[in-house]
Design a protein around this ligand. Structure first.
Ligand SMILES: NC(=O)c1ccc[n+]([C@@H]2O[C@H](COP(=O)([O-])OP(=O)(O)OC[C@H]3O[C@@H](n4cnc5c(N)ncnc54)[C@H](O)[C@@H]3O)[C@@H](O)[C@H]2O)c1
Length: 264
């Protein structure tokens, strides 16, 4: 059991990737805190997991709500060992139309909240002279991006900067920080893409070409790598960013541009 006895907070874990990460950590023995916007949605995940799970409603953009998640975990289990900063919002709007309100909303949720949740836990670990392990959920958008993704791509790149800074300042205190960068995953985003397509088969064929493994990743597939990075099995791994993208970022173009003979 990779995470036996570890207390792990997973933000944004009432749905999608966060739920898969929480399921994987729980299956690996962790006590998991399901921290998401709505108490009832968090409770559904706790009901599914059964014992060793706790629902705490939380808007990660609020300092008080962040502190409440930490306090509730300590009240129930006596400590916190790990956090997965997964809560995030997607965004798509043309560069020239993006407003300051759009920018602030995406940056607050996807970047500012992560920095200050990390800061609170790092202070707690240092005060208690205990180790801590953090995994932040970035995206392939830190490598290459799409039209309309300006603020989103900025946040997903920013997470790498925060990680590197924290590694420089906090490794000597026994705190590790790693990043996971998923490609397309089988979550609401994927379901929305299929539902919005005029022709489902053409849509699926198109996406198969964009992902070398031919399908989106399942949330639990991301979750098991996160669990490894949180665990003591990866005790010297810090400051790393792992692409869990089914090969997307290895692919320069999705189809041969023209039929050609071998070049040798
Ligand atoms: N799904 C993908 O294909 C994909 C790919 C790469 C990266 N990601 C990243 O994974 C993370 C999760 O994405 P998802 O696709 O599962 O999204 P999702 O919308 O399915 O789930 C996100 C969860 O976060 C919660 N959340 C949003 N804002 C919050 C806030 N302020 N406070 C607390 N909880 C909040 C939502 O309630 C929801 O339960 C995001 O950071 C996203 O950028 C997703």
């Amino acid at each position: 059991m990779l995470l036996k006895e570890k207390v792990v907070i997973v933000t944004g874990s009432a749905n999608g990737l966060g739920k898969g990460i929480a399921r994987a950590c729980h299956a690996d023995g962790a006590k998991v805190v399901i921290a998401d916007l709505e108490q009832s949605a968090c409770q559904l995940v706790v009901d599914e997991l059964g014992s060793n799970a706790l629902a705490v409603a939380c808007d990660v953009c609020s300092d008080e709500a962040q502190q409440n998640v930490i306090d509730k975990a300590i009240e129930k289990w006596g400590r916190v060992d790990c956090i997965v900063n997964n809560a995030g919002i997607n965004f798509a709007k043309p560069f020239l139309e993006t407003t300051k309100q759009d920018w602030d909303k995406v940056l607050n949720t996807n970047l500012r909240a992560v920095f200050f949740f990390m800061q609170k836990l790092c202070k707690y670990w240092i005060d208690n002279q205990t180790k801590g392990s953090i995994v932040n959920i970035s995206s392939v958008h830190n490598q290459a991006t799409l039209p309309g993704a300006g603020p989103y791509a900025a946040t997903k790149n920013g997470l790498l900067g925060i990680m590197k800074c924290a590694v420089n300042e906090l490794s000597s205190k026994g705190i590790r920080v790693n990043t996971v960068s998923p490609g397309l995953c089988n979550t609401n985003i994927w379901q929305d893409i299929i539902e919005a397509a005029p022709n489902e088969k053409e849509c699926l064929d198109y996406w198969k070409q964009q992902i070398p493994i031919g399908r989106p990743s399942e949330p639990e597939e991301i979750g098991y790598t996160v669990s490894f990075l949180l665990s003591d099995r990866s005790s010297s791994t810090t400051g790393t960013n792992i692409y869990l993208d089914g090969g997307m970022t290895s692919q320069l173009i999705s189809q041969a541009p023209y039929d050609s003979e071998s070049i040798d």
